[in-house]
Design a binder for this molecule. Sequence first.
Ligand code: FPP
Length: 241
Amino acid sequence: MAAKDSSVSPASHVAIIMDGNGRWAKSRGKPRLYGHKMGARRVREVVEACPDHGVRYLTLYAFSTENWKRAPAEVAGLMALFRQFIRAEMADLVRDGVRVRFIGDRRPLNSKLRRLMGELEQATARNDTLHLTVALNYGARDELARAAARMAADVAAGEICADTVDADSLRPYLDTADLPDPDLVIRTSGETRISNFLLWQAAYSEFEFTPVYWPDFGRSELGSILENFGTRERRFGAVLT
Ligand code: FPP
């Protein structure tokens, strides 16, 4: 995959809530896990499409802190799918210049998966064509609580002064410390919620909600949304003259 200069879209960072795998599968009389498997194929397609549209950062919501409430077999199937995806895609991601990072709390994840996540991050650490961030056991409230706890520890240790804390002080404590805020958040499947995704980072993001289920979302759906995004005027709270 070659990085291309593109004037199609100024959305440098796109974040996606990949929703609708279960309903997509159900509408075909298939088990939910089949929907997740087909969803994983779309991850590959969308990753490959991003550089062609000038997208440098892609963040995908793969598993939320709330998703543990699903049936144990579905949770286990998703975890197995993440492991398979990393094993199957590692070489291509390295070759294609994709830098992969994971956000979320890794501690409750199985050690085999955690090891693979670390290996993929290391193997792609020098890549720069596309920065792919996978949110896995991620919840924004959990992220903010973990960030606040670490900041409080730094205050207690005398490393920062509570009086100087301002809106930007939290940024370095967030899981996304090294990433720009998303320009555009997309949610598939017709739901119009943010579901605990990037609550702090999406303060000024644009939102697109599409009825398409994630296993049907590919290169052309991404292209249309990015084209539409290019026509939006973003004011970041200011009045443009
Ligand atoms: C939401 O659809 C989707 C998920 C909870 C899982 C997302 C995972 C994938 C797309 C698989 C592969 C991902 C990676 C990064 C390899 P849902 O199950 O809530 O759908 P529903 O609302 O129709 O039930």
